[in-house]
Design a protein around this ligand. Structure first.
Ligand code: G1P
Length: 273
């Protein structure tokens, strides 16, 4: 059973400037809800009970969002707007936070979760990607495969050749239709990507990954790359790729952000205020 998840949310959001100068990328609104809330919902529906959010100094808004506002609650009660209280109810999950002191990369951010995780397998969800699936939640798809192999399972998706240089890309050996053994993995291949299967921000790790993260040297972009720890661990233990069933939206790309909003909101009536 996977009970714990890490959501790394400490990045500067450079792809979404200028708004991310003041608004954390994770708080970008999608039909009145912040983007991170879709991941929190995905995690809860997948059985996660505890979430560690890795933040930086400018991300206090995330903590505020998942805290009570007694003042607002009192206002709604006194002004006969009790029906709106459900809009600010908090998700049924335990939150913890840790601050990344310096943006040293995704691998460094995940490593900050070592004490939170302890010795159990855990999930990582990257808030850039919101994935909508008609079947199981994307994270639950990975958890189900983890329960079979009991080893790292990484969510992947086939993407167009021109986009591969922006992702981690696996070199797969096909097991079944959508399941692969990861023979190798390359972070943001600038040329000759090993396949068209890109890592799309959902992972299940054995806690052994921390031992590998501790030994990773700065890689692509001078950062501690999660991909490098996955690669090192895949040399020692089998690691699996699962092609996730679902539609992926990278909210840092304006076309996909707008497509997601259109997909989720559709026509809807304004709230009765
Ligand atoms: C990170 C990972 C990369 C992965 C991507 C998915 O990159 O390092 O392997 O494919 O997330 O969104 P980033 O987008 O943070 O540069």
């Amino acid at each position: 059973m996977i009970r714990k998840a890490i959501i790394p949310a400490a990045g500067y959001g450079t792809r979404t400037l200028p708004i991310t100068k003041v608004l954390p990328k994770e708080m970008l609104p999608i039909c009145g809800r912040p983007a991170i809330d879709f991941l929190v919902e995905e995690a809860i529906k997948s059985g996660i009970e505890q979430i560690l959010v890795v933040v930086s100094r400018s991300k206090n808004m995330i903590l505020d969002y998942y805290d009570r506002s007694v003042e607002l609650e009192t206002y709604l009660e006194e002004k006969d707007k009790k029906h709106l209280l459900k809009e600010i109810s908090l998700p049924d999950v335990h939150f913890q936070y840790v601050r990344q002191q310096y943006p040293r990369g995704l691998g460094d951010a995940v490593l900050l979760g070592k004490h939170f995780v302890g010795k159990e397998p855990f999930a990582v969800l990257l808030p850039d990607e919101i994935i909508l699936s008609e079947k199981n939640e994307p994270l639950k798809q990975l958890i189900d495969l983890f329960s079979v192999y009991k080893r790292n399972v990484i969510g992947v998706k086939k993407i167009s050749a021109s986009e591969l240089k922006n992702y981690g890309v696996i070199q797969p050996e096909t097991l079944k239709d959508n399941q692969y053994i990861i023979k190798d993995i390359v972070e943001k291949p600038q040329e000759s990507p090993p396949s068209d299967l890109a890592v799309i921000g959902r992972y299940i790790f054995d806690s052994e990954i921390f031992r590998y993260l501790e030994n990773v040297k700065p890689g692509a972009a001078g950062e501690i790359q999660l991909t490098d720890a996955i690669k090192a661990m895949a040399n020692d233990y089998p690691s699996y790729g699962l092609e996730i069933d679902g539609m992926c939206f990278d909210i840092a790309k304006s076309s996909e952000y707008v497509a997601l909003i259109n997909h989720i909101c559709g026509p809807r009536e304004d709230k009765d205020l």
